[in-house]
Design a protein around this ligand. Structure first.
Ligand code: 5GP
Length: 180
């Protein structure tokens, strides 16, 4: 089916940059790697909402290990401590103690979100934690992060589609689009 090469999301225009086909191919490649690396284990996938919901659904269907999935969110609120904003992981309804954990993220930009997530999850003593991200902007990384599974690296441009949003909109496309 012919799809639009450019789309408008709210006040911005985006041009198609990664096709559904290319995404599926890279997701299959990463899933096969996870299937090999985790052979004999029962990992817990933690998909970070909202952006990763489509990626997680496609990734999980390529995983042939016995596994569980839980959808988590990083909620920020203003605390009373001097550090100001406090962020906590909400929605984690599986006990990850002693379990191998794979975080499923849509995009790693500065890396601060993932660094915080790792720090929070480590407190629950999982057996191991790996990060699996659909997209990585390597030029933007501000922290040292060991990301074991990266489907695709992209330049430092804002993207939408395939679960990723611009101001809440634009998640419902099959391809990924870059701002122009
Ligand atoms: P980080 O903490 O790595 O800087 O930011 C990660 C989060 O920023 C992602 O989960 C995503 O919500 C958001 N983000 C970063 N870059 C983009 C982008 O190009 N497009 C969209 N839609 N979100 C982005």
């Amino acid at each position: 089916m012919q799809r639009n090469k450019t789309i408008k999301v709210k006040d911005k225009t985006f041009s198609v940059s990664i096709s559904e086909r290319a995404l599926k191919r890279q997701i299959k490649r990463i899933a096969e790697k996870i299937n090999r690396d985790y052979e004999g284990q029962e990992p817990v996938f933690l998909a970070v909402l909202n952006g990763s919901f489509i990626f997680a659904a496609d990734l999980l269907r390529e995983i042939d290990l016995p596994c569980e999935i839980s959808f988590v969110k990083l909620a920020s609120y203003e605390g009373t401590s001097s550090t100001g904003s406090i962020r906590e992981v909400i929605g984690l309804n599986i006990d990850i103690t002693g379990r191998p954990v794979i975080i499923v993220e849509d995009i790693v930009d500065t890396g601060l979100t993932m660094a915080h997530m790792l720090e929070t999850l480590q407190k629950q003593n999982p057996a191991s934690i790996d990060i699996c991200t659909l997209l990585l902007k390597p030029e933007k990384l501000q922290v040292k992060l060991d990301i074991r599974y990266v489907c695709m690296q992209i330049p430092d441009d804002f993207v939408v589609g395939y679960g990723l949003d611009y101001d809440g909109f634009g998640r419902n496309t099959k391809d990924i689009y870059t701002i122009i």
